[in-house]
Design a protein around this ligand. Structure first.
Ligand code: RP5
Length: 191
């Protein structure tokens, strides 16, 4: 229920947790119909060695973790507020927020509520781009192009890598593999 979710967020925020027990990246989306798009963020973070924290503190030994919630700005505004307001106390360093439709307000509202935690907005569809990036001066959001949740995850990892050398190394390895793949494709085309 909504109340159970609100209680869970507030309890976590009030509990004295170690860094290892809190999710580093929060992935939220406006509807479970956004999951097909947002799963790209899971895949990218998995590739970088993150673990999904499906329940509160289920992977206390994991080095880097992410969590996933459906939070609807319009259907469950109370969860939106609770999520944004408790994010810092729950140890989240970066939020990736995706929404679609013409009123894709979740990413930008989350950016305002969770400020100064950086929020990376993912417009799930092309028509959502303006809604996600349209922020007034002083209320920033970082955004990727429609559907590019994979890139949102890489950007989140880049932000975290400022503090964690191990992530910097993994991102460099990811980039090297990318260059190798592109070079291999280019060879194949000219064979
Ligand atoms: C948005 O409305 C959601 O982010 C989703 O992309 C879109 C449609 O949601 P559903 O009607 O499929 O739940 O708020």
């Amino acid at each position: 229920t909504i109340q159970a979710l609100l209680d869970r967020l507030h309890t976590q925020a009030d509990t004295d947790l170690t860094t290892a027990e809190t999710p580093d990246v929060g992935i939220i989306m406006g509807s479970d119909s956004d999951l097909d798009t947002m799963v790209g963020a899971h895949e990218a973070l998995d590739k970088l060695g993150f673990d999904e924290q499906t329940e509160f503190m289920t992977s206390p030994d994991a080095r880097f973790t992410y969590e996933t919630y459906v939070v609807s700005a319009h259907r469950t505004p109370q969860v939106l507020y609770a999520y944004g307001e408790t994010a810092a106390d729950r140890g989240i360093d970066v939020i990736i927020a995706g929404a679609g439709g013409k009123s894709a307000d979740l990413p930008n509202m989350t950016a305002s509520i969770a400020y100064p935690i950086p929020v990376i907005g993912v417009p799930v569809q092309e028509k959502s781009v303006d809604s996600v990036i349209g922020m007034p001066t002083g209320a920033p959001i970082v955004a990727v192009d429609a559907g590019k949740s994979h890139n949102a995850a890489l950007s989140a990892a880049q932000i975290l890598s400022r503090e964690h050398d191990v992530l910097k190394t993994r991102l460099e390895e990811y980039h090297t593999a990318l260059i190798t793949d592109v070079a291999a494709d280019s060879f194949r085309m000219h064979d």
